[in-house]
Design a binder for this molecule. Structure first.
Ligand code: ADP
Ligand code: MG
Length: 352
């Protein structure tokens, strides 16, 4: 079994990307970096814990992708451009590791690094260091990005009357998790339908909206990424901005596969007859976490700029409601002008 230093040399030092603002990367006590002039640095840390964020025998490439995507998504939500990454990795000892994951540490790390470097390279993100220790499987990424001075997108800053927008479509990560957990409960291997397989993939496969975040600099009045569910994350914007919101559910971009998963028939899509299945699909789109889409607000007079940004960044954008003067963070849900009284909560690690 190779030691810590061999693992670092054989796996983490293998990224084929060298940014010229990295004066010294892996291999000393610290990395030495040269921040560009005029830029502020955005920093965010995310942990992914086996048994909490992923099943311990999940595909290591997908685990790497999902963890790093959530980290990149935080940069996207601030309007930052990714630059540097560090990795705090805790791995069980070899025998226990193989027993739990079904893979040797070497095979697992090879696949993990493949998933990590594929995504990192796509965003010109360089691994500049980290730490490797022994203990229960845990992945901690810290990401650094650049934002031109004064242009960060915060949660505060939304104004009454601003439009509320979301990128992409919603619900697939949460429905995908249902598929994965259902499959794990089956005694025999249950073959997934094509639709279930697509949803399971969506659970791991987020594309962080970095280009959209960059395009929203100077335009969005507030911004957040959807990691705990739309209603929970929008509530953070509303609390920070001291506002309420009205959401028009007929404008909510529910992922088509989520409608399929809950067997919402095509003809029901007008939302005129809200049956139990349709309600489930809507609630999934409103509460599904780990979507890594962006929720932002813009002034109503900038409405016509949204289409240009959607086209330029190749990102679907839907306007789903507006901010109100109501006491924060009161979110009122409307369906074709009728008010609904659903009580929805997002994901919270410490709620019992
Ligand atoms: P120290 O003991 O001084 O903290 P380490 O022996 O932990 O240094 O790490 C040696 C080098 O390898 C450092 O440059 C560190 O940043 C890098 N490194 C260690 N673990 C990782 C990892 N999981 N990913 C990337 N770089 C790592
Ligand atoms: Mg160390």
């Amino acid at each position: 079994m190779s030691g810590e230093f061999e693992l670092i040399k054989d796996y983490f030092a293998k990224q084929q990307l060298n940014r010229n603002d990295v004066a010294f990367g892996l291999g000393d006590d610290c990395a030495i970096l040269t921040p560009p002039q005029g830029m502020q640095i955005a920093i965010s840390t995310d942990s992914c814990v086996a048994g909490t964020h992923f099943l311990i025998d999940a595909d290591p490439r997908l685990i790497a992708h999902k963890t790093l995507a959530s980290n990149l998504s935080d940069l996207a939500a601030m309007g930052a451009t990714p630059a540097w990454l560090s990795l705090a990795l805790t791995l069980p000892k070899a025998a226990e590791f193989e027993n739990q994951t079904g893979l040797s540490i070497q095979d697992w790390l090879g696949q993990f690094c493949q998933g990590m470097f594929e995504l990192a390279n796509a965003y010109h993100l360089q691994l500049i260091g980290g730490d490797t220790t022994s203990g229960p499987l845990n992945i901690g990424f810290t990401i650094h990005g650049f934002i031109p001075q004064g242009q960060a997108l915060y949660r505060h800053g939304a104004k009454a009357g601003d439009l509320i927008c979301v990128s992409g479509d919603l619900g697939a990560a949460g429905a995908g998790l249902e598929v994965i957990l259902n499959q794990a409960k089956q005694v025999k291997d249950h073959t997934l339908t094509e639709l279930e397989a697509r949803l399971a993939k969506r659970h791991f496969d987020a594309s962080p909206r970095v280009a959209l975040g960059e395009a929203l600099r100077g335009l969005a009045t507030s911004c957040i990424d959807i990691s705990d569910g739309l209603v929970a994350d929008l509530a953070h914007i509303l609390k920070a901005s001291k506002l309420g919101a009205q959401i028009n559910l007929q404008d909510l971009p529910i992922a088509p596969d989520v409608l399929g998963f809950y067997q919402v028939s095509q003809s029901d899509k007008s939302l005129n007859n809200l049956d139990a299945n349709h309600q489930k699909a809507l609630q999934m789109a409103l509460t599904s976490g780990e979507e890594y889409e962006i929720c932002f607000t813009i002034s109503a007079q900038d409405f016509d700029k949204i289409q240009t940004i959607a086209t330029k960044t190749n990102t679907p954008i839907a306007c789903i409601g507006q901010c109100t003067q109501n006491a924060a963070p009161n979110i009122e849900l409307f369906l074709n002008q009728q008010k609904l009284d659903w009580q929805l909560a997002g994901f919270d690690h410490f709620r019992t």
